[in-house]
Structures are given as structure tokens and as C-alpha cells.
Design a protein around this ligand. Sequence first.
Ligand code: TTP
Ligand code: MG
Length: 358
Amino acid sequence: MSNQYRKIIHVDMDAFYASVEQRDHPELRGKPIAVGGSGGRGVVMTASYEARKFGVRSAMPAHMARERCPDIIFVKSRMDMYREASDRIREIFLSYTDKVEPLSLDEAYLDVTTNKRDEPYASELAKRIRQDIYDETGLTASAGVSYNKFLAKLASDYNKPNGQTVIRPDQAQDFLDVLPIEKFHGVGKVTSQKMRHIGVVDGKTLKEKSLETLVDRFGKVGRYYYHIVRGIDDREVTADRIRKSVGVERTFSGNIADISGLKEELDNVIERLLYRLKNVDREGFTLTLKLKTTGFEIINRSITAESSFRHKAFIEDTAYALMKMAVSEGVSYRLIGLKVSNFKDEGNEGYIQPELAL
Ligand code: TTP
Ligand code: MG
């Protein structure tokens, strides 16, 4: 019986945007910071754990955050950096399993029942994934390990930050019984108020309600509540829809104007692209180079070839040629990216043979 259970990991980055800022600005480490607008209508996107001690939370108005934590430092968000970290994390996930379902930039479900490492212990995999994330991005993540999505997500929150929790089938009921009703994933403010109205304050009291009562009160979702409180959740981890491209980008720490500096960054991007292609195992026939200028202008140059972009030498030669085409003298750049697309099994045949002139 027990080997019938699925093995699901939920990974969630710790104070994601704030951690990226503290990583890139050492002077902010150990300090209460908030990422977001500090002005009149500014809102906290997220706060460092140092700021959370003062009660600063996501979605809180900036003025309230300042009231609670007068020393708080506001930092502007840099979405391109968060996206880049998110891409790297996804690369790591995909090197463990193809069944990866991202929920946002910083969290995902992984089904590791079978996995690319042939590792039977999901908690061991979770440890390795978190270590890989730290090695590759300098950021910490927390993980929850269980036999379904609901419990895995619940578990990832248990030992935050930089921790992990396993909920085994025989432990699930204990976790659920004491869980406050508003902590049930999918139960919002309105629902939890309605729940409290009928005497449901936690898992234990929710379990006392019959399926009929719950469906009667909450409609279809009542059935979901009935089951999750018993540790039953059959939702599959649905992998990303078929990807149309595999790409890697890098934002520079400073601006770069010289071609040798750009080439160095490009080499790094090529390495990462090769790593990702290895995990995807599909043949793409178009290579696209992207540059972003310091003025935020985006330049794309691409080449479609007769053979697929898989081998290092071919990718290098083509990428260097594209870079020569794309770069203008006297312009400085802040980002370089490389992407392979036009995959063979995409409904088209990949490279389309030009029609023969008869
Ligand atoms: P979360 O995972 O909810 O929060 P977090 O990663 O900052 O902190 P932790 O997981 O350790 O509790 O959200 C991930 C990122 O999404 C967060 O860093 C910023 C962004 N975000 C918003 O922009 N607005 C919001 O209201 C929330 C909740 C998150
Ligand atoms: Mg998070």
C-alpha cells in the first residue's frame, strides 16, 4: 500500500524578492527591508525576515510598514533579476523531474515519484534541490514533502525560512487537525468567516461536518474541503504546457559596452543553455540572441539552420555571428540572452525545407 503513494515536493523561496536584493546589496543583509514602492500609494511586495519580526507583511501599505518598523529600508523591485533567478530555479527542478508545476516565480510543485536521479527518498531530493538552488543562486528555499499537493504546500510553510518538513501519511491527520481554518490553502477570508459561523475553526472541527453540509454551504468546493481535511487530494502535478523555446538570460552587474566583455557573458549564457537543452531533449532549429541596452531597448537577432542547435561548437559559432550583427559601437548593454526555438515535434517539422523551384 505505502509504495502506492505519490511523492510530491513543494518548493518555495524564502522572502524571494527581498532575498535577491540582500544578495546583490550586501549592505542590506541582516536589515529590515521591504521591496516595493515607498511613496504615498506604495505597497510592500515582500519584506525580509528581519522586517517581518515587526509585523511587516506583503500587500501592506508602505506607510503602515514604516509605522511598524521605523528603520525599514525600501528597495525598488527589479523584476528582471527575479525572473532570472526563477529561470535558474526551474532549470534545477527540471534536472530532477519533468513533472514541474510552477505556481509563481518562486514556488513550484514537483512530482518525484519517479525522478531523474533514481533517488527513492523524496526528502533527500528536497535537500539536494535546496542545496543546488543555494549553490546556483545564493538564495535559500524551503520545501515540503508529502504524498499530495495540499500537504506538500502545507509542509513547505512549516519550517520557513531555509527548512523542510515531511508529512508522512500516518502524520497527516495530526497536522490537519490543529490547522486553523484560514490556513487551509484555498480558503479565503470570506470562506473562513462562513466556516467560523458554523463552528469550524480548524481541521478537527471541519472534519465533524458531513459532506452534505459542506456541499450545501459551499457548493462544489465543499467537496474539496471534505477531502483535504482527511488528507485526500488527487490533483496531479501538471507540467508546463509544451515549451516553445528554451532560453537563458543574464543581467549584468554593471553595464557592458565592449565586445570582449559581452563575449564573456555570452559564453556563460551558452554554458547554461547547453545545460538546459540537455534536460529538455528536443531539437530546435532557430537560435535567437537578445540584447537589452542600458536605455532598455531590446534587440533580437535570429538564425534558422538546417541542423538543430544542440552542439556547443555550432551554438557558439552562430551566437558569435548573431552578436556581431546585433551589437552597435558606442552602445552599452545591460542584458544578454540566448534562446533555442522552432522545435521539431511542435506540429511543424522544425526546419522547413524551402520549396523546390520546379
Ligand atoms: P511569497 O512566496 O508569498 O513570499 P516570499 O517568498 O517573499 O516569502 P516567504 O515565501 O518566505 O514567506 O511570494 C513570492 C514573491 O512574490 C515575493 O517575494 C514578492 C511577490 N509578491 C508580491 O509581489 N505581492 C504579494 O502580495 C505577495 C504575497 C508576493
Ligand atoms: Mg516564497
